[in-house]
Unconditional design. Structure first.
Length: 256
């Protein structure tokens, strides 16, 4: 059976552990595997899903790519894992497990990247990418959503070529490599992929803090309602972020 591997790069587990526990427990347990790369190996109801090799990570650093590679390595050990989808601790499912797995298999026949939601942030990121790459000209520097879907053959290539491509990226510096690396390498190698529907909705609308400075992070939702879930579903999304522990969840997306 072809399984979906959920790869969660996170601080610990999920910001809404209860909804995710129900999500994974009330579907076909043979249809998926979950892998979690936590920043710290703290006890959690999802501790059993922590990968063995944990690398130190920092926001915006190349270490996020390194951690993603560790997730891929762990998931590749199960020969039934065919679809690989990236999620985070602030993700929230818009469908139940069986529906989500079915949609991934239906919609993502090939590796799929999605355009970055924020044009303002994308333009700045592309400039930073160039400053963070040394010794190789990627030709095009494109910011994409870091939550992409790929197939098993793609993961095998990313792991096999990591030592080569990683040498061209500056370490210990904010370069937002997770929004470029996998797309950039796939493009360089001529891998089979497309730009398509994002799995995850994020609100990157331009906002300013009290000092007038533009916020460069997606909005953290204070609530999730049935109307919001319906809208995101109609637009083709499987997940929404950023959901925080204090987000008021007004609907159970797993029961309707």
């Amino acid at each position: 059976m072809e399984k979906v591997a959920f790869l969660n790069l996170t601080l610990n587990s999920f910001n809404q552990n209860d909804i995710w526990k129900t999500f994974f427990n009330e579907g076909d347990i043979n249809s998926f595997n979950l892998y979690i790369h936590p920043k710290e190996r703290r006890p959690s109801i999802f501790s059993d899903y922590y990968v063995d090799n944990i690398v130190p990570t920092s926001w915006g650093h190349f270490s996020l790519v390194e951690a993603t590679i560790e997730l891929m390595k762990a998931a590749l050990k199960d020969e039934e894992n065919e679809y690989f989808t990236l999620i985070s601790d602030s993700h929230f499912p818009l469908h139940d497990l069986d529906t989500t797995v079915g949609l991934i298999k239906k919609k993502y026949k090939k590796m799929t990247f999605a355009k970055h939601f924020s044009f303002h942030t994308k333009v700045k990121s592309q400039k930073i990418f160039k400053e963070g790459v040394k010794g190789h000209d990627f030709g095009e520097y494109n910011a994409v959503c870091q939550f992409f879907v790929c197939r098993r053959k793609d993961v095998e290539i990313f792991i096999k070529t990591f030592e080569h491509w990683s040498q061209f990226f500056v370490k210990e510096k904010v370069i937002f490599a997770d929004e470029f690396y996998f797309w950039g390498v796939a493009k360089q190698l001529g891998m089979d992929f497309e730009m398509g529907q994002a799995t995850t909705y994020s609100d990157w609308s331009i906002r300013k803090d009290s000092s007038g400075k533009v916020e460069r992070n997606p909005r953290a939702f204070d609530k999730i309602s049935k109307g919001m879930v319906d809208t995101y579903r109609k637009n083709g999304y499987l997940f929404v972020r950023k959901i925080v522990p204090s987000t008021f969840v007004m609907v159970d997306p797993l029961t309707y």
